[in-house]
Design a protein around this ligand. Structure first.
Ligand code: GLU
Length: 329
């Protein structure tokens, strides 16, 4: 990519640079470094996390030379796999999947421990959210049996967490009349078109996807609770009891009980400390601006973000910033 840019420099300019005795090394611009952040579907919050971070990083690109892009992806598991394969540098991932990737457990058992995974900070909470068409008659999780449910695309965090919930309940996807695998950005329309009875999304609130779903059709929020869920929360530090606040969407006048995870920001240990430091600096030096970029960020607090939901070691570039600010001793 860098070479392509160099090839595009007009011949005239090259000779002008030569004329004034300026070499690449002598130019004021820092060396360019391109980084990619894995996000999620376009109507989710991960996409906004990645876009917001990149926007803040890119504002100072002339100083540090880092150019950031944050494309839409399949979600948590896809992001961790892309980072591990060296195809992406950083990404957003649910706290449960950060834990399992680093420890080589659950969905990551076959691949083994990803020891090079590094935590950077956590972001918003993500309640495990189930929304059903009102005319489906579904009011509780047990009612999903025999219904058409979008369990989500493989690679998404909600799909992987749904598999954990099903196992805890002693179910499989065969208990549904249909278990579709639509991406998060496609599922609201499928609910509206009566292709499915219910959709699942582990996501911060409010978000565009659930807003769309509850606008296109009369819908209900389905609680995800009971003894199996209480046990999941009790046994695993990366889960917590959570609620979807009432009044955020049509069809949800009161709070809905469920459990949830944290959205976390992770990196490969191969990303240079200086790069991670600059990314972290862009976020925390401009923290009020960052918090204003999505309503799910409004209540974020740095002291929680640097520890909650993180199970991989902190990246040294992030640690340096946190120590400089006295947030970590
Ligand atoms: N938690 C979802 C996932 O891991 C993504 C949520 C979002 O797009 O905001 O795939």
């Amino acid at each position: 990519m860098k070479q392509l840019h160099m090839l595009k420099i007009p011949v005239l300019m090259v000779s002008a640079l030569a004329l004034f005795g300026l070499s690449g090394a002598g130019a004021a611009q820092a060396e360019e470094k391109f980084i990619t952040i894995g996000t999620g579907g376009q109507t989710g919050v991960y996409y906004v996390v990645g876009q917001s971070i990149c926007r803040l990083v890119n504002r100072d690109a002339s100083k540090h030379g880092i150019k950031c892009t944050a494309p839409s992806t399949g979600g948590s598991i896809a992001n961790i796999n892309a980072i591990r394969a060296g195809n992406m540098d950083m990404g957003v991932a649910q706290s449960d999947w950060q834990y399992h990737a680093y420890n080589g457990t659950s969905k990551f058992e076959d691949q083994g421990k990803y020891a090079g995974l590094r935590a950077v900070f956590s972001v918003h909470g993500e309640p495990f959210t189930v929304v059903a068409r009102k005319d489906s008659g579904i009011t509780k999780f047990a009612d999903l049996k025999g219904k058409r449910v979008n369990v989500g695309n493989p690679g998404s965090g909600q799909r992987a967490t749904m598999d954990v919930v099903l196992a805890a309940k002693g179910w499989t996807t065969a208990d549904f009349a249909l278990a579709s695998e639509l991406k998060s950005s496609e599922q609201a329309a499928a609910l509206g078109d009566n292709k499915v009875d219910a959709i699942i999304f582990t996501v911060g609130h409010p978000n565009g996807s659930i807003q769309e779903a509850t606008t296109v059709v009369d819908s209900v929020f389905v609680p995800v609770d009971g003894p199996e869920i209480a046990k999941l929360v009790k046994d695993n530090s990366y889960y917590a009891q959570a609620g979807i606040p009432g009044g955020m969407y049509n069809g949800s006048p009161s709070d809905t009980a469920t459990f949830g995870v944290k959205a976390t920001f992770v990196a490969s240990d191969k990303v240079p400390d200086k790069v991670v430091y600059e990314v972290v600096r862009a976020v925390f030096d401009n923290f009020d601006r960052f918090k204003g970029l999505h309503p799910a960020f409004a209540t974020l607090k740095p002291e929680e973000m640097i520890k909650d939901g993180l199970s991989a070691p902190l990246h040294p570039g992030a640690l340096r910033y946190y120590k400089e600010h006295g947030w970590i001793k």
